[in-house]
Design a protein around this ligand. Structure first.
Ligand code: SAM
Length: 328
């Protein structure tokens, strides 16, 4: 078992399988000039599977694939099939922007993927294009419907709430749960490598951050009532609009952080174990890739680095990597 110095047991590994993305969401990536990890430095499918098998032998039972955009990795179906066949892995999910999901949803389900989290920040095609810099809303929407048809459920939609951009839309987004069995999660914007100007009439500086308390207040007219969380809901606090078939959740990495229950370890696309999303300490797994005993020791070393909680409140922001490089 992987137990950290604060007695938390680590059972969940989030794997970024590529840092590259087919979008450039303004709060996540700059519009241009990005230095991608060289392809030869990315972990191969065999290496990823070796880490998963070793982690599973130490009690990890839950895997999420993320990125960058995981759907652009050519060997994704192989990776999914092999992880889903790994003894001990009970839950395999993936986070995506859904742009390529219309075609990929059924093959992913057939390969053993259980469910997807989909990032969707707006219901307005023009705003979608501006915040993603060139994304097509219809593609993403068709991807969400395809995921549902393929049974990649419960479907969770992640919306990063940004003041001056989509804050005025959160009532419409929450109201999707009246018609669809989806689980919307409104997420506070995290200050990770995104302090610069975003351009394209997108909001600046202090205007951007919206607390979950402010989101709640904006949704008061919907009479949200506390509700049971869907499978694998992690740190969201969950509510339901009376009579709705889906739920509305709030994730507050800053205001009401959930570090005391953190059971996660992260693996970056270039093979670094990261004990906390919001702290820059990392350990390379390369030395463990040909020796299971070494790899077990490296996994425990990384777990030993887990901080009690992140330090965003004292302005201790991670700077070494952007969100797309860590895997959100
Ligand atoms: N490309 C995939 C996607 O769009 O879902 C997976 C990678 S993306 C980095 C994972 C999640 O991180 C997305 O839901 C995205 O909205 C979120 N994210 C990125 N930057 C963020 C930030 N600064 N604050 C909060 N969430 C952020």
């Amino acid at each position: 078992m992987l137990i950290d110095p604060f007695g938390r047991s680590v059972t969940y590994l989030r794997i970024s399988i590529t840092d590259r993305c087919n979008l450039r969401c303004a709060y996540c990536l700059p519009a241009s000039g990005i230095k991608w990890i060289p392809r030869e430095d990315l972990l191969t499918a065999d290496e990823i599977i070796y880490v998963v098998e070793t982690a599973a032998s130490l009690g990890v039972s839950k895997i999420r694939l993320t990125g960058g955009e995981p759907l652009i990795r050519p060997d994704l179906l192989e990776i999914v099939a092999r992880i889903s066949a790994t003894p001990g892995i009970q839950d395999l999910s993936l986070t995506t922007n859904a742009i390529l999901l219309e075609k990929m949803a059924q093959p992913l389900a057939d390969a053993g993927l259980k469910r997807v989290n989909i990032s969707l920040d707006t219901l307005d095609a023009d705003k979608f294009q501006r915040v993603t810099r060139f994304g097509d809303f219809d593609c993403a929407w068709k991807g969400i419907l395809a995921a549902e048809a393929a049974g990649l459920t419960p479907i969770k939609l992640n919306t990063v709430v940004v003041g001056g951009f989509n804050f005025n839309e959160i009532s419409d987004i929450a109201s999707l749960t009246k018609s669809y069995p989806w689980h919307i999660r409104f997420i506070e914007l995290m200050p990770v490598g995104n302090q610069q100007e975003w351009g394209d009439n997108l909001p600046t500086g202090a205007e951007r951050y919206v607390s979950v308390q402010k989101m709640h207040a904006q949704l008061e007219h919907l009479d949200l009532a506390p509700a049971e969380a869907p499978t694998g809901n992690g740190p969201a606090r969950t509510f339901r609009i009376p009579g709705a078939i889906g739920t509305v959740g709030f994730i507050s990495p800053l205001g009401e952080h959930f570090c005391e229950n953190c059971n996660r370890l992260r693996l970056t696309a270039d093979g670094y174990l990261r004990a906390c999303l919001l702290m820059d300490k990392e350990i390379s797994v390369r030395e463990g890739l040909s020796n299971g005993a070494n790899l077990k020791a490296l996994l425990q070393q990384s777990v030993d680095q887990k901080p009690k909680g992140h330090e965003l409140a004292s302005s201790n922001y991670p700077e070494a990597r952007r969100m797309a490089q860590i895997g959100g």
